[in-house]
Design a protein around this ligand. Structure first.
Ligand code: HAM
Length: 419
């Protein structure tokens, strides 16, 4: 058996990649219109970055990171998400000194050592967007408007936006204590994971998929009912602005995110069509993250879209490769050389043109032209070359005519551009 790829890390093949390119192009187009600029950061960072931002007691940091020591003994981690690396770069390059509001987006692979299943992989790809420097609720609504617009523009079916507020350092500690007290009384029926984490990360218990935990926490207090005045007002205004912008949503008071940096507005775009992996995009506000990482006191908000999940939802049909405008079939060495030169000239003009390079029979060449679904075939033999002509066949109509080589390329270029 040859060497195979790594479990949970997928190849994206021609036929599939066109869907990905479509999803990425739409993101670039839409995000640019909303004023975002691309940032690219490395796929590896110092482990400490993720421990400090995502949180020591989260599933990601506790069990899912690809962490290793490099040759110099530094602990490194393949990035499990993009927000922390982007904030690290933002602080390191003092982007805040250039503009009071930074809008950044990124596209790339992330790595989490989860159990692979449909829609959940160990290398997966995100399109993420982050706005730094504005705490006004208008920006929360605008981020959500852009996300919803992206889903509409890419025609992803069957998605719904859920929002929640996770409070802030003013109101969350008291709520957390309340929740711990509530959970303490039900400890015996919680799963072993929740029994372990109910004091270190009690909010995660609300998100546990084990039926016993779900049932035991049905009546648990919700953060949404315990917001301080500032968070409550913020959340109310976010909803008002969303209404003004006609962004549809439902409130999910039980939504808990798997990363600790969130404050106030959080959200998920969910679908009913992917089974357990129902979040196709998610994000929220992270007002304390930049200062926690050693940067200035600046608020932030953003989201990440899971590209594999979107590609799955757009269907598994393989997209046909583009049709060559011309296939050049040749017979004899000098005709082949002349055809090869013409091929390259037309390709340089930006047109998809193909030929067979290895001197196969005319029949074999025409078979390949058929397989590639070429729109036209130019048949060029030694005699024809000597007479300065060739046979041009239009494959869809089967019309064939003798054409002069002189001026042929211009004629083809005009014909292709007019089509
Ligand atoms: P997240 O919820 O961990 O948030 O991931 C965002 C999205 O990435 C998920 O909704 C899902 O579509 C996709 N995703 C996550 N894990 C996997 C996986 N193992 N396989 C396939 N897809 C996956 C974040 O990563 C935050 N950084 C989002 C954010 C940006 N918050 C603020 N700014």
């Amino acid at each position: 058996m040859g060497i195979t790829g790594i479990k949970g890390m997928n190849d994206i093949l021609p036929g599939e990649i066109e869907t990905w390119q479509h999803l990425e192009e739409q993101a670039r187009r839409i995000f640019s219109a909303f004023g975002y600029r691309e940032i690219r950061v490395p796929v590896v960072e110092k482990t400490e970055l993720f421990c400090r931002s995502i949180g020591e007691t989260t599933d990601i940091v506790e069990k899912e990171m690809y962490t290793f020591s490099d040759k110099g003994g530094t602990s490194m981690t393949l990035r499990p998400e993009g927000t922390a690396p982007v904030m690290r770069a933002f602080i390191e390059h003092k982007l805040y000194a250039q503009e009071s509001i930074s809008k950044l987006y990124y596209i790339g692979p992330m790595f989490r050592h989860e159990r692979p299943q449909k829609g959940r992989y160990r290398q997966f790809h995100q399109i993420g967007a982050e706005v730094i420097g504005v705490d006004d609720p208008k920006i929360d609504a605008q981020v959500l408007a852009m996300l919803s617009h992206y889903f509409a523009a890419t025609q992803i079916p069957d998605v719904a936006l859920q929002i929640n507020s996770l409070g802030c350092p003013e109101c969350r500690p008291a709520y957390r204590e309340n929740l711990i007290e509530f959970l303490e009384q039900r400890l015996a029926v919680l799963c072993s994971d929740c029994q372990r984490r109910y004091t270190s990360n009690p909010l995660r218990v609300l998100d546990c998929k084990v039926p016993g935990c779900k049932e035991a926490t049905l009546a648990a207090p919700a953060m949404l009912d315990n917001l301080c005045l500032g968070c409550e007002t913020h959340f109310k205004q976010v909803r008002e602005h969303m209404d003004t912008l006609s962004v549809g949503y439902t409130i999910n008071p039980r939504m808990v995110r798997g990363l600790d940096y969130y404050t106030k507005t959080t959200f998920e775009m969910v679908t009913g069509s992917l089974g357990a992996q129902n979040a196709v995009a998610a994000g929220g506000r992270y007002d304390g993250l930049i200062s926690d990482l050693g940067g200035p006191e600046l608020p932030g908000i953003g989201f990440a879209i899971g590209l594999e999940r979107l590609a799955l939802m757009l269907g598994e049909q393989s997209i046909e490769p583009p049709r060559p405008e011309l296939f050049i079939a040749t017979l004899g060495e000098s005709a082949t050389n002349a055809g090869f030169a013409m091929l390259t000239r037309l390709q340089r003009q930006g047109f998809l043109v193909e030929m067979e390079y290895t001197g196969k029979s005319l029949k074999a060449q025409l078979r390949r032209a058929d397989k590639l679904r070429a729109r036209r075939v130019l048949i060029l033999g030694e005699d024809e070359l000597a007479r300065g002509v060739a046979q041009l066949r239009y494959m869809d109509s089967s019309i064939q005519e003798e054409v002069a080589l002189n001026g042929l390329e211009n004629r083809l270029l005009n014909e292709i551009l007019d089509a």
